[in-house]
Design a protein around this ligand. Structure first.
Ligand code: HEM
Length: 365
């Protein structure tokens, strides 16, 4: 495939190929090397090689960075966050209950994960509009200038927060990261990069999941009715929402560090490779009747959280948020309806993410 800048890349879409590629150590993620390959072909690049975090690193750096933070995202730690997430969801639902209609994305799906990640990292929730603007400029095709400006502003913001934690440590995750840099396990640049990845990775993905899950339910009333009547299948249903519309529909760009054979085709060394998680999740060879939403499908083998060493670190948190948010919403609004023409709904303008910009709903039917 060729992107808008004329850059040629290989694209994999089949479930088996994508899954094997995600686990293949010959497909690297190291941002510096990826940028070098890209620049050799097209001048001007958006591969951000200045911010090196675990998702754009290969072992052994990846292993070290992931091990340092892994403890904060174990199932037990995430279960302990349930009351905090429930409190945030309840406040947002109370706000909605006062209204006849709302934009589900702007009024609920977006503020919920933002408040959760801000609480986890210890950032003031009042800065959420800033984060939203920065992450939009970083993740959408806003042009290299907007990308560079947003990245620089975000980094400056983090540096100020880090300086505050050094002066006045608290019990948030940022303080824990700053302390790891104090004892030499992380550099200050790596703390900034870690926070950058968590903020963007924790926010932009969950908002997409919530929006597309609700739309899928509103379009499939039989599935919605089943889920309403049987809230105990919510966790299974969340897997189906993740499969049906993978929130990260394209994995981050990989490159071949050696020639790689894929069913008789050789991808030479030094090529860029895109892996479509969204297409893999709808591969009819793997998922029967893949274009149908079936809340009882009960197949957690989808690739929405990736696979292999870079599999999503925040998957338990993303799932917890989705279960609390969707469960709470369906219980609070038994007559919720779509209040817009489905064909006119605005989708995010990026091939990486599959999500709605806006989802108008009538709350009381
Ligand atoms: C429904 C929500 C989410 C989805 C669908 C999702 C999806 C993904 C995917 C597909 C990857 C791998 C990308 C690749 O291999 O190129 C990934 C990695 C990652 N995600 Fe998530 N994510 C979600 C929520 C979160 C949350 C809530 C956090 C943290 C607060 C988070 C943090 C990360 C991190 C740190 C990585 C990099 C892991 C590594 O490189 O080892 N994610 N996510």
């Amino acid at each position: 495939m060729t992107d808008d800048d004329g850059l040629q890349m290989w694209l994999m879409t089949g479930y088996d190929d994508v899954r094997a590629a995600l686990a293949d150590p010959r497909l690297g993620q190291d941002a510096r090397r990826a940028r070098e390959i890209q620049q050799r072909r097209v001048a001007g690049t958006k591969i951000g090689a200045d911010i090196i975090h675990m998702l754009n690193s290969d072992p052994p750096d990846h292993t070290r960075l992931r091990q340092l933070i892994h403890g904060a995202f174990t199932p037990g730690r995430i279960r302990a966050m349930r009351p905090m997430v429930e409190g945030i969801a309840a406040r947002l639902l109370d706000g909605l209950a006062q209204r006849e209609s709302a934009d589900f994305v702007l009024d609920f799906a977006l503020p919920l994960p933002m408040a959760v990640i801000c609480a986890l990292l210890g950032f003031p929730n009042s800065d959420r509009d800033l984060f939203r603007r920065w992450s939009t400029d970083i993740l959408t095709d806003s042009g290299p200038d907007d990308f560079a400006r947003a990245t620089a502003e975000l980094v400056e913001y983090f540096e100020a927060q880090i300086a505050q934690r050094r002066a006045r440590p608290t019990d948030d995750l940022l303080t824990a990261l700053v302390e790891s840099s104090g004892d030499g396990r992380l550099t200050e640049r790596e703390v900034v990069a870690m926070v950058y990845l968590l903020l963007i990775g924790g926010q932009e993905t969950t908002v997409n999941l919530l929006g597309t899950a609700l739309l899928a339910l509103l379009k499939n009333p039989d599935q919605l009715a089943d889920l309403r009547a049987n809230p105990d299948i919510l966790s299974t249903a969340v897997d189906e929402f993740l499969r049906y519309e993978a929130p990260v529909c394209m994995a981050t760009i990989r490159f071949t560090s050696q020639p790689v054979d894929v069913r008789g085709v050789t991808i030479p060394e030094g090529e860029l490779v895109m892996l479509s998680l969204g297409a893999a999740n709808r591969d009819p060879k793997r998922f029967p009747d893949p274009d149908r939403l079936l809340v009882r499908r009960g197949d957690p083998g989808h690739l929405a959280f990736g696979y292999g060493i870079h599999r999503c670190l925040g998957s338990f948190l993303g799932r917890l948020e989705a279960e609390i948010a969707l469960g709470g919403l369906l219980a609070a609004f038994p007559n919720i309806e779509l209040a817009a023409d489905e064909a006119a709904l605005p989708w995010r303008d990026t091939i990486m993410l599959r999500g709605l910009e806006s989802l108008p709903v009538a709350l009381h039917g």
